[in-house]
Design a protein around this ligand. Sequence first.
Ligand SMILES: Cc1ncc(COP(=O)(O)O)c(C=O)c1O
Length: 383
Amino acid sequence: MKLFDVYPINDICITKAAGAYVWDDKDEKYLDLYGGHAVISIGHTHPHYVQRIQEQLNKVAFYSNSIKIPLQDELAQKLGKVSGKEDYQLFLCNSGAEANENALKLASFYNGSKKIIAFKKAFHGRTSLAVAATDNPNIVAPVNETDNVIFLPFNDEEALESAFKANEISSVIVEGIQGVGGINIASVSFLKKIRSLCEEYNAVFIADSVQCGYGRSGKFYSHDYAGVDADIYSMAKGMGNGFPVGAISISPKIKPRHFMLGTTFGGNHLACAAALAVLEVIEKDDLMINAKNIGNYLIGELKKLPNIIEVRGRGLMIGIELPGELNMVKKNLLMKHKIFTGEAKPNVIRLLPALNITKTEADIFLQAIKTELSTVNTPSLHK
Ligand SMILES: Cc1ncc(COP(=O)(O)O)c(C=O)c1O
């Protein structure tokens, strides 16, 4: 049997990892500013994380949601506290797509409506409703196509208002900072407008925080920059620092009933131990503050460099948009400088490092990208 070949891969085999670094099978060391797609939040193989998972593994790894799992209550308490939403309710699942799937479904249960507003360049996952709300026809199969999703331009308040007037809207799903779409920030007034329209029309405001959440932006949810609460926050990626765990945090106004949502694996003992370890480290080491400080430093320094179209982002979710001729910079960062970064179309380098990277590690990257950017000619930028 061979693998179903759906991933374009780099010819690198990682065999060891610690903090902000990974090593390949030839013992070559790489600085990881990508975190396996924004997943590594507290650093690779963090000792507290390893210890908590090991201890749990030796006690009980899994039992289903048919028994009491006190670790789930402990996680709900801790998440409520660290995220500043103590009166919200927690539903645990296994991935970002599953979190959004449940959020969209729950919204429809809540208000009985069907139409979903999503935005251009949005990415919400690859399963049925999540992919239908994702603005990429290449990954939407015919069976996923639906008239229930309305795509609007991002940050366009007038279009939003018109859509609410013309349709019975169940929910609006929006990333606080679009990740796959190229690091685009939802404006404060746009998020406030979503809040007020959802209020007026009894629709549900879903804050997709799968990539931009969990402290990455310098606040727990990047939507918090708007100073308004969403009704449901979806999360995954950084939540388990590599252990597959996802969740939705649900406003007290949405009431549960038995069998409304469910999952076999979600909220298992091991996943809860991993998620608790992550929150404990975020809290103890003030990682949101570090994300903000190092992020501000990186953004400030990057803005001084030549041949960049734009630097966007908040905290440690940063996009560096480069002109088309510089399409080799990401590859050179990896192959020549041994630094992992992410990318987005058309030519955006994405930085999604662990929230505890240091200024020294930021400086290693700045030096490398400076070298790459200063040795090239970019006629398109200087026309
Ligand atoms: C904003 C956002 N939502 C949802 C998802 C889907 O998460 P998963 O791949 O865990 O299903 C992603 C994944 O990249 C994402 O970036």
